[in-house]
Design a protein around this ligand. Structure first.
Ligand code: AMP
Ligand code: ZN
Length: 459
């Protein structure tokens, strides 16, 4: 709201409560949506790895203009349609290694809470029925309307005096006006309507986040987020609803990642540059490579997505995987520490500066820079076990899962020796078998007996 960076501390002294506007489930989410969701996940992880407890609430928008329109086009009931796309969203989030929110409420499951909020707004003089079964929020009743998006005074004055109303869920800045809280039932809504004191209808899109954040986080909570396009009208309207209906301050901080664009252009179906996680998987790109790329640029900057940058992400992940092998070996460790343990570390060894960078306005670009810088000294300076855990803490903060390294292929002379050993064993010539094993060792290979014969591994 103030355009300052603020130190984040839970307002209740215990748990950092934050609300992210979730997906509208009417199709597969695209990589732009996932830039916002992955950065929210990184924010949460950085707080947790830094020792803070969090409560993460992210809603599912399962009723609005688009879900109704597209469920009808698909010939499906609204719940069947939105369930299908919610499942797909969850599967994509899992492949991107996003932590599940602690609460994931849906708009349809919270109709009574939304109706109750409208009743309060009407009682307090902030909302009015329009006569056709709809109810609108009166923006002239709230002096601070427009502060978050820094709307032009001219647009605001016009919006306040013109008596115009927006019934659609989305509209542009130059049509600042009273917005809909309850939409009276229309024929095109089909079976999708609920009872209310104003007749049959359905809630307007902006209301669900006010009602659900109030229910799960209270009237004052730590942070609210969404992509930068949500500042206006969505978040502006949420603030108006919540501040006027409740006593509290609503969100104390705002987090708005900038947009992802593709090859310098806005993503859109018509340009053919709109990618989903599945589209990229078909091109041989792993979800983790996508995550690395989405997380690597600072959230305030627009991210230009290109296939070249995906290649760079693949290389970086390979480098990190090789480094992990070296660090684990130096520390004499095999399986990585669990996430909970990493959230309690008080010493990250040479990787401490990377967490400091992530804590500075979530500077992921600098955090990665510090991570690679620390790798140069991680096997020679400090305690190997502390460094190995510190490395894993940074991976956990970024939510990165490293690829399995492909085993190097054994050169011909190694295979010859291994075959020689097999032959010796078959004829029970144990001395010759041992000699071949020793020779292999000198070449840097170990041979392990397996069900199908043997396997060769580098030492
Ligand atoms: P939606 O499902 O349309 O409600 O969007 C889900 C989230 O994705 C919202 O927080 C949007 O602001 C965000 N979003 C949409 N397009 C992009 C984009 N190109 N880059 C980053 N975030 C986006
Ligand atoms: Zn919202």
């Amino acid at each position: 709201m103030t355009r300052e960076t603020r130190e984040l501390q839970p307002v209740d002294g215990k748990t950092f409560g934050f609300y992210c506007c979730g997906p509208t489930v009417y199709g597969p989410a695209h990589i732009g949506n996932f830039r916002t969701f992955v950065l929210n996940d990184v924010l949460r992880r950085v707080l947790e790895v830094s020792g803070m407890r969090t409560k993460h609430v992210r809603n599912i928008t399962d009723v609005d203009d688009k879900t109704i329109r597209d469920s009808q086009a698909a010939g499906m009931s609204l719940p069947a349609f939105t369930d299908k796309w919610t499942e797909r969203f969850h599967a994509d989030c899992e492949s991107l290694n996003c932590l599940k929110p602690h609460v994931e409420p849906s708009a349809v499951e919270h109709i009574p809470e939304q109706v109750a909020m409208i009743e309060t707004l009407i009682e307090k003089g902030h909302a009015y029925p329009s006569g056709d079964g709809s109810v609108y929020f009166k923006i002239s009743s709230y002096d601070e309307y427009g502060r978050l998006a820094r709307l032009d005074q001219q647009d605001l004055d016009l919006g306040r005096t013109q008596n115009q109303r927006a019934n659609a869920d989305e509209y542009e800045k130059d049509s600042v006006c009273d917005f809909v809280l309850w939409k009276g039932r229309r024929p095109e809504d089909g079976d999708n309507f609920w009872e209310s004191p104003w007749g049959e209808g359905r809630p307007g899109w902006h209301l669900e986040c006010s009602a659900m954040s109030y229910k799960y986080l209270g009237e004052t909570f730590d942070l609210h987020s969404g992509g930068e396009d949500l500042k206006f009208p969505h978040h502006e309207n949420e603030i108006a609803q919540s501040r006027c209906a409740c006593q509290g301050q609503f969100a104390l901080n705002w987090f708005h990642p900038a947009f992802l664009i593709v090859d310098g252009a806005k993503m859109s179906k018509s340009l053919g540059n709109l990618y989903t996680i599945d589209d990229l998987a078909e091109e041989g790109v792993s979800a983790m490579e996508v995550r690395y790329l989405l997380a690597s640029a600072h959230y305030r900057r627009q991210l230009n997505f290109t296939f070249d940058s995906l290649h760079a992400a693949r290389e970086a992940l390979g480098k990190l995987a090789r480094a992990e092998g070296e660090l684990a070996q130096a520390a004499g460790q095999e399986s990585a520490p669990i996430y909970k343990e990493l959230c309690k570390l008080d010493d990250l060894g040479v990787f401490a500066p990377a967490l400091v960078a992530l804590n500075d306005d979530l500077n992921t670009a600098e955090g990665l820079g510090q991570l690679f810088k620390a790798l140069r000294i991680a096997t020679t300076e400090g305690d190997p076990v502390v460094n190995w855990k510190g490395f894993h803490a940074i991976l956990a903060a970024l939510g990165l899962i490293l690829p399995e390294l492909e085993a190097p292929e054994a050169p011909p002379e190694v295979i010859v020796l291994a075959e020689k050993r097999q032959g010796a064993r078959a004829s029970k010539d144990w001395a010759a078998a041992d000699a071949a094993r020793d020779e292999l060792k000198e070449l840097g290979w170990v041979v392990k007996d397996s069900q199908d014969g043997y396997e060769l591994e580098t030492i």
